[in-house]
Design a protein around this ligand. Structure first.
Ligand code: WAQ
Ligand code: MG
Length: 255
């Protein structure tokens, strides 16, 4: 996949104006493509943004750009499913998993509170695992992890082997979690969708793998969550280098 010129393709859609003018975030997406499949990649993202349960967008931007940086290939995180009966049980499982990688309960609480202050954010927040402070300065925008993909044939094989639904949402989430957890400063990620009809979320880390949790919010709730807990003592790199990895390092997942 690396010899040919590749392109990063990104989409964002909003309602009541563009994001930067206070519009409501509807949908975003990022993928990789060769020149010959740019059109298909753009169509897929267009379709994703046009048909979304968060609403009908009145602003959309789709852009592509050539990638010059070398790709890294990563194996997908190991997947485990935790079936729970209620949101309370799901959130308790999430807390337990985060604690098992050394994150203190009060830090988890502080991060959750900070997340809910930025309702409708289109990216992730980066939180210091020692202090619980938010480290990125993207306010109501957040960090969008980009330049990542999983070739569809390889993903389909993985889905069959792991008895998982062959759907783009699982693929996108696992690609993102695999990229984020591969950085040495990442301690764990906590995520659930902002799609009101999708209640499954996950906790992920190198150590835990991708721990799906069947219910992390109530059906109908439009509040999503994506928190990256990072340990700055693990890595001498500064926060800008970490964000640069998330946004710019091209990653291909392949099992
Ligand atoms: N980079 C950073 N943050 C993102 C990105 C990205 N590329 N994409 C989404 N987010 C943030 C943003 O704030 C969204 O509101 C929130 O995450 C949720 O995004 O069954 O569908 O794409 O195993 O709605 C996980 C479970 C589903 C999948 C997660 O998230 C499964 C999901 P969504
Ligand atoms: Mg969403």
């Amino acid at each position: 996949m690396q010899k040919e010129q590749h392109y990063s393709v990104r989409m964002r859609a909003s309602m009541n104006g563009p994001h930067e003018q206070g519009g409501k975030h509807i949908s975003g997406g990022e993928t990789l493509a060769t020149y010959s499949n740019l059109q298909q990649a753009i169509n897929t993202l267009l379709e994703k943004g046009l048909n979304h349960t968060r609403g009908k967008p009145d602003f959309m931007q789709i852009q592509f750009e050539a990638i010059d940086e070398p790709f890294k290939t990563l194996k997908p995180l190991q997947i485990t499913t935790n079936d729970v009966e209620s949101v309370a049980e799901g959130q308790a499982v999430a807390t337990k998993l985060l604690q098992s990688v050394g994150i203190k309960p009060q830090i988890i609480e502080k991060a959750r509170k900070q997340m809910s202050e930025y309702s409708g954010i289109r990216g992730a927040i980066v939180v210091d695992v020692q202090t619980g402070e938010r480290l990125d300065e993207r306010r109501d925008r957040g960090i969008r992890v980009s330049r990542m993909d999983w070739p569809i044939n390889n993903f389909t094989k993985w889905a069959t082997d792991n008895k998982m639904p062959n759907n783009p949402r699982v693929k996108e989430a696992l690609v993102l979690a695999t990229k984020v957890s591969a950085h040495p400063a990442t301690v764990a990620e906590l995520c659930w969708s902002d799609d009101p009809e999708y209640v499954t979320g996950y906790v992920a880390s190198k150590q835990l793998g991708y721990q799906r949790i069947s219910k992390l919010k109530e059906f109908g709730d439009e509040q999503g969550c994506r928190i990256f807990f990072i340990d700055r003592s693990e890595d001498s790199e500064d926060i800008e280098a970490y964000i640069h990895y998330l946004e710019k390092q091209p990653i291909v997942v392949q099992c």
